[in-house]
Design a binder for this molecule. Structure first.
Ligand code: G4P
Length: 534
């Protein structure tokens, strides 16, 4: 069954989504099982193998090898029921970076993976906050049901309370761990028995047994049937029914249960995605000073860069900019312009299929395309035929790690400035210039970003720099009435800085200092995220 009218325009077939989770909840395993369920890969182990491959291929990121993690978010494309899914892979490891956040700006929806024994964990909370910036719809997959899990009602309450998100269970589980028997499809009242064997083909739907039919006794005891019915009733009483509008507005999440490792429930999740997640939405942009909605079906080819990856191929010093297309039909060889007027002929764009990279001949709104370039494209750049569009929504996030950049050789100050500015423009780290002078302050959301910067400043610019702790814990962009801003800045001279665009930033010693300042200066707004200005 196709999920879309075959006569629908190409762009309407696109489904670009990301998977968000706390480390270890099962994002990688789910990615792989999803690809298996869609028939895009055949053997388990390919997602990791690809990662390994990439790691041994990329030379500059020694960190990647030393830490055994993949730093870069990648994109994988697969088809199912006539839809083209672009899965944007967000790094989920402990060391976290702005890349992950920015990737979410290119997604039209997200799957939130929770470990059934743990519920909502801190990283999930942060990622959902980022999804909230654009209110993208979130589908929940409660993973690891083959292990001892929390009570499903408690799990739903946890989501509702911690994430302020209504939940609407699509299924109800029967037991967990050794007593996990399967899930009830609430809409059809069919029971999907859990099959322990991994030999089953994940691309085939799970068998179903009518809960009220005679055959249910082959799968469940009478007691289990009663418990399941009761559980599903309670869930339906506690939770609102699935409301597509509320889902699309990011207020309600449909909840699926399963085990990514045992390949159970993932095929059903995939069907849920095909049925529910939206295609490309209109994106806001500025054109000649006016805010406009760029429609995915619009004529002009336009998109924005949400990630830049250096040296994917060690033989070239090229960079690949990941561009999310927002409108138009892109054709290979097209000339596109950045909003700053730089022109670029896109002659070898890359699309990322599950198993391979392919040169793209055409791409549509909703697609993510890799554009090799020599440093022309930067994170946050908009690309369009006219060069007039500037997409908003690629934010910088308040850094959680701030370091003072100290040079061993003070005569190299100019070089350092250039290196740090260029890394900030690429989106590796943020750069703050204290208004009273002194050393540059660099900021990052995750510690790994600082490591990457240190490595690159040494390797690419030959500079010996010490990134020592700065006396600040976080930063906030400040806006407001000019006189009020000046009054605030006057009182906090030693903590004021400018970011790379010259916008004022308050460097705070603690989160407490931020709240205190917010109270004391109610006319000044303190922002945790800032959209990149032109
Ligand atoms: P992540 O990308 O979110 O960090 O998680 P990942 O998929 O790497 O999974 C983390 C661990 O949880 C892995 O175990 C994985 O096998 C396990 N896991 C994932 N899904 C399930 C599930 O549905 N049930 C059970 N029981 N385990 C699951 P590991 O021992 O850390 O790694 P590995 O040796 O299996 O690769």
């Amino acid at each position: 069954m196709t999920a879309i009218d075959p006569a629908a325009p190409e762009w309407a077939r696109r489904r670009s989504f990301a998977i968000i989770s706390h480390p270890d909840a099962g994002k990688t395993t789910l990615t792989e099982t999803l690809l298996l369920s869609a028939g895009a890969i055949r053997l388990a182990g390919q997602v990791r193998a690809r990662g390994e491959n990439r790691r041994t291929q990329s030379d500059w990121m020694k960190i990647e090898q030393e830490r055994g993690i993949s730093v870069s978010a990648s994109v994988m494309t697969f088809e199912h029921r006539g839809l083209l899914f672009n899965l944007l892979d967000t790094p989920g490891h402990e060391d976290f970076s702005e890349d992950t956040y920015r990737t979410l700006t290119a997604a039209d929806s997200a799957i939130m993976v929770l470990d059934a024994a743990k519920g909502v964990e801190p990283r999930t909370l942060k990622l959902v906050e980022v999804c909230r910036l654009r209110d993208i719809p979130i589908v929940t997959f409660i993973n690891k049901m083959d292990r001892e899990a929390l009570d499903p009602v408690d799990l739903l309450e946890d989501i509702q309370e911690k994430l302020a998100l209504d939940t609407s269970p699509m299924q109800w589980p029967c037991g967990s761990g050794n007593r996990f028997k399967g899930v009830l499809d609430i809409a059809t009242n069919d029971f999907l028995p859990y099959r322990k064997s991994v030999d089953t083909d994940p691309s085939q739907p799970n068998p179903r047994i009518a809960l009220d039919g005679n055959s249910i006794s082959d799968a469940l005891s009478e007691e289990e049937v009663d418990e399941l019915k009761e559980g599903a009733e309670v869930a339906q009483e506690l939770c609102p029914p699935f409301d597509p509008q509320s889902f699309l507005e990011g207020h309600l999440t449909p909840v699926f249960f399963g085990s990514a490792l045992r390949q159970f429930g993932v095929r059903e999740l995939l069907e849920g995605l095909a049925d529910k997640i939206p295609g490309p939405a209109p994106m806001e942009a500025i054109n000649n000073g006016q805010t406009v909605e760029v429609e995915p079906g619009g004529k002009e080819v336009a998109g924005f860069v949400f990630k830049v990856q250096a040296n994917m191929d060690p033989n070239h010093r090229d960079r690949v900019a990941f561009v999310r297309l927002c409108s138009g039909k892109f054709r290979r060889g097209m000339k596109l312009k950045t909003e700053a007027g730089k022109q670029l002929t896109v002659s070898s764009p890359i699309l990322f299929f599950a198993q391979d990279r392919e040169i793209a001949d055409e791409a549509w709104a909703g697609d993510v395309m890799g554009v090799p370039n020599h440093g022309t494209l930067r994170v946050g750049d908009s690309l369009s035929e006219s060069g007039k569009l500037r997409f908003s929504g690629i934010p910088n996030f308040a850094p959680e790690i701030l370091r003072r950049a100290r040079l061993a050789d003070p005569l190299k100050a100019k070089h350092l400035k250039k290196a740090l500015e260029s890394l900030a423009e690429e989106g590796v780290t943020q750069l703050f210039r204290p208004v009273m002078g002194g050393d540059f302050i660099v900021g990052a959301v995750g510690a790994l970003q600082i490591d990457v910067m240190r490595e690159r400043v040494a390797a690419e610019y030959g500079l010996d720099v010490d990134f020592e702790p700065a006396p600040y814990e976080t930063a906030r962009w400040i806006t407001g009435d000019r006189a009020k801003l000046e009054a605030f800045a006057d009182r906090h001279k030693s903590a004021m800085a400018e970011d790379i665009n010259g916008d004022p930033v308050f460097l705070a010693k603690s989160a407490w200092e931020v709240s205190y300042s917010e109270e004391k200066f109610p006319d000044v707004s303190f922002h945790r995220a800032k959209e990149r200005s032109a």
